[in-house]
Design a protein around this ligand. Structure first.
Ligand SMILES: [Fe+2]
Length: 837
């Protein structure tokens, strides 16, 4: 193999008057003969991945469908003068029923100027050979000199620069006879069109259903118009995600579909006093293609450089350690403000999200939170495969790899939490119904439509690096769960799956024609949809949340993370927002009792709620019995909005009260679409007129963007920012946030309920910032728990009576209990000294 490379590199060729010496930019595919796998290697991107196989030293297309293609990532036609030559050996495997073609696409460009984007949306110049015996360059074609069986054809496309543009020449050579069987030439091609990605194509026409299939080998690219970009290799370790909580570091390396002859493990090393030390070796999961490490006793007091290693056989046959590296930052417990970026919902319209990732990097968050819809079914094109599970997983992984491709540089040095939502498991909406198996036609009745094996692979790719789960017992069909907590930088996060146990609307409440989740008839009484027995979070997650709400070890502020918001603040849906929805049962405003129960548990921890899903940024304060009596919730903007929603109560004459001082439209105290009490403080409605001159402008106008949440531990405040898509975070202006943001929320407002009475003031000595828990002695119920700021705190209570107060530091088990505290009116002053000296 090696010898052959040297021979080729010394070779200087002359075809149709073009002289091309080999240089650093020369590329030769050299597919390894012994490798049998789906993924060709780090130099390539295959479309779609599941339709290609590396086998017997060739890259085979296993689908006769249209527009199957392979991009070379490490070479491109550069915006520079010079000639080029691209050749490939193609062999017909199967003729199929429809005529088709084989050859190249070059100069692939997209309005988003990035080599990754061009792999999906780009158009270029097509050139190739049809199975009915014609050579073609764009619309021009010419029959071959004589027909052959296409079992072994070498296609060579050359570009030669001339005064009036480029001349492209495509030659076909019969490899069996070494004879030229045809040449076609096209002149006067603008140099502007010969910039961009290079691909080989199996069936150029995307409409072909059952066309021919080819195998490809000896793909060679050379010439001084070719630029090399070795840094664009993607893999074999594609990226990693990690978390750190309670001195346990967990990390998952995401791998491509490797083959049985490839290494099956990934190693993790950390740098210790300048030396790399191996601290773990993990097997690659055969479905999710993940390798997960769990390292206990992690020293979280310092930044730790890490690298993941994978023994990879290069195309020259030599095995080398390929690496992916980054830093596990020190636990930011001492930082006064923990910065979180809230992100969700990625259509591929904005891929690879250049503006957004650049801006998030400028904010330099400590933690990235992806709330769900890391993929949509449409991402990357080519549709979805639902079954069998192994094909479905490959189909999913290609889409998920696009998420990593866009965000991996942000994730490599930051703790990342990543929740799968409905689209991640190929369901437009998900009412998981504790894992019930359901068909897609019937999914509104509740359940998972995808094979459990695929669902579990999705869960693993998103959450296997999360801190250990609270109770990992799977649900029906052995579907995995992932609820649990993470304590990072003094903030305690609860992670729940707010769809996994939820009841479906079909056969439970939906009595109307049409979609069971859409109430489009204003005469339906939405309060009647809150039936007994309907589930939102489910008993298992509720009991976890109760535990979490009372556990304040190592934490100063608490925050719930889930996929979507616990209200229904969207009156208009659909592409032009003309669909008036009276209620949406996909929202977690339904079922209302489940919503209230969840809110009641988390307000007892003064917890803030951070989520996504809606594609409509909102900042609300929930009410259960009264407006403002529960916590605040921020639904972050979508990274790249597909399906838009809007909240337009003013136009629709929906009554409100207590509009905030900013006076913005559509804000104030409302009954939401499901009659829940919700104070809408801010909403980022899409523009009424969307710009259509570029996809990024359209996305911006549809309210794409992201959230930044600053947990200020010193001031016990949460600063909430909702940023738009297009702006410069290095020079931000007020208009770059959605109207109403930023907003500073005092932590105490997360249990905003009015006091009925008060307990005596607790005055602490010998300890600062102790945890205080108030218990109603008549019911033994925890009223709330929090970590106070400083040494003095006067607990409020919501009914008169006797209370027990636990106070101290639970991390070191230094807790004192004061029994029989009688509530007193606000105007009565009483002090109780609590001494830890
Ligand atoms: Fe979404």
């Amino acid at each position: 193999m090696k010898k052959r490379i040297i021979l080729i590199q010394l070779f200087v060729i002359t075809i149709v008057g073009i002289s091309l010496a080999d240089s650093d930019s020369t590329f030769i595919s050299n597919f390894p003969t012994e490798a049998e796998r789906v993924w060709p290697g780090p130099e390539y991107w295959t479309n779609p991945m599941e339709d290609w196989r590396l086998s017997n030293g060739c890259l085979e297309c296993i689908s006769g469908g249209g527009n199957r293609n392979v991009h070379i990532l490490t070479r491109e036609l550069a915006n520079q003068s010079g000639d080029f030559e691209i050749s490939v050996q193609a062999g017909l495997i199967e003729k199929g029923n429809d005529p088709g073609s084989v050859g190249f696409r070059i100069g692939i460009q997209d309005q988003i100027d990035d080599y990754r984007s061009r792999c999906f949306r780009g158009g270029g110049i097509d050139a190739g050979l049809t199975t009915d015996g014609k050579l073609f360059i764009q619309n021009q074609s010419k029959p071959l000199n004589h027909s052959i069986d296409l079992k072994s054809v070498k296609l060579t496309l050359t570009g030669k620069q001339a005064e009036n543009g480029y001349t492209l020449t495509l030659t076909a050579m019969d490899q069996d006879t070494n004879e030229s069987i045809g040449v076609i030439t096209q002149t006067k091609i603008s140099p502007n069109r010969l910039v961009g990605n290079i691909a080989v194509v199996n069936n150029h026409d995307r409409k072909i259903k059952n066309g021919p299939r080819f195998r490809f080998s000896d793909w060679t690219i050379r010439g001084d118009k070719i630029a090399a970009h070795e840094d664009r290799r993607f893999g074999p370790i594609l990226w990693s995600m990690h978390t750190l909580s309670r001195k346990v570091m967990k990390m998952t390396a995401q791998m491509p579909p490797i083959g049985p002859n490839d290494a099956q493990t990934v190693r993790l090393q950390i740098q210790n006093e300048g030396e790399w030390e191996t601290i773990g070796e993990a097997k690659i999961d055969p479905d999710a293609r993940t390798a997960t490490f769990r390292i206990a006793d992690w020293d979280d007091t310092k930044d730790t450089p890490y690298r993941l290693l994978y023994a990879w056989k290069e195309s020259d046959g030599v095995i080398r350690d390929e690496e992916w590296s980054g830093v596990v930052r020190k636990n930011p417990t001492e930082k006064e403000i923990l910065v979180v970026s809230g992100l969700c919902c990625q259509t591929d319209e904005g891929f690879p999200h250049l503006e957004l990732t650049r801006n998030v990097e400028i904010h330099n968050p400590d933690l990235l939170f992806f709330a769900g819809d890391q993929i949509y079914e449409s991402v990357g094109g080519y549709g979805i495969i639902r079954t069998p599970a192994d094909r479905s997983i490959l189909n999913y992984l290609r889409k998920f790899y696009m998420f990593g491709w866009a965000f991996r540089d942000l994730m490599r040095d930051r703790v990342t939490l990543c929740l799968p939502d409905d689209h991640d498991v190929f369901q437009g909406n998900l009412w998981g119904n504790s894992g019930n198996a359901v068909s897609m036609e019937d999914h509104d009745a509740g359940g998972y439509a995808q094979p459990a094996q695929m669902v579990n692979a999705v869960h693993r790719t998103n959450t296997s690096h999360h801190p250990d789960f609270y109770d990992p017992t799977p649900i029906q069909q052995n579907i995995s769960v992932y609820y649990g907590d993470m304590i990072y930088g003094g903030v305690s996060f609860a992670i729940v799956a707010d769809r996994m146990f939820k009841s479906g609307p079909k056969e439970t409440v939906a009595t109307w024609p049409g979609r069971p989740d859409h109430v489009q008839d204003s005469s339906i009484d939405v309060t009647s949809l809150d039936k007994a027995g309907l589930i939102l979070l489910g008993e298992r997650q509720l009991s976890f949340l109760r535990d979490w709400a009372g556990d304040w070890r190592e934490s100063v502020i608490k925050c719930l993370l889930s996929q979507t918001t616990f209200c229904n603040v969207a009156t208009n849906h659909g592409e032009d927002l003309s669909m008036r929805l009276y209620a949406d049962l996909d929202s977690n405003g339904w079922p209302q009792s489940g919503r209230n129960e969840a809110l009641d548990i988390i307000r007892r921890a003064f917890a803030f709620h951070l989520c996504g899903d809606q594609h409509l940024p909102t900042l609300v304060q929930h009410g259960i019995d009264e407006f403002h009596d529960a916590g605040w919730a921020f639904c972050v903007p979508a990274i790249s909005v597909g399906y838009p929603r809007a909240w337009r109560p003013d136009e629709l004459g929906i009554p409100h009260s207590n509009r905030p001082a900013h006076g913005l439209p559509n804000t104030g105290d409302y009954l939401d679409c499901l009659n829940n009490l919700v104070t809408v403080y801010a909403v980022g409605n899409p523009e009424k007129q969307l710009r259509t001159d570029s996809r990024i402008h359209t996305l911006h106008d549809k309210s794409s963007g992201y959230g930044i949440i600053r947990f200020d531990k010193k001031k016990r405040e949460i600063v909430v920012e909702a940023w738009k898509l297009i702006f410069d975070a290095a020079n931000p202006r007020p208009v770059d946030q959605f109207p109403g943001w930023p907003k500073t929320i005092p932590l105490m407002e997360n249990y905003g309920r009015e006091a009925v009475a008060w307990l005596p003031t607790l005055r602490v000595s010998g300890m600062i910032d102790p945890v205080v828990q108030v218990i109603d002695e008549s019911t033994n119920e925890i009223v709330y728990t929090l970590r106070i700021n400083g040494t003095e705190f006067r607990p409020k209570v919501f009914k008169k009576g006797l209370y027990r107060v636990k106070i101290g530091e639970p991390s070191i088990k230094a807790m004192k209990t004061i029994n029989g505290l009688e509530s007193i009116p606000a105007e009565v002053t009483k002090i109780i000294d609590v001494k830890f000296d």
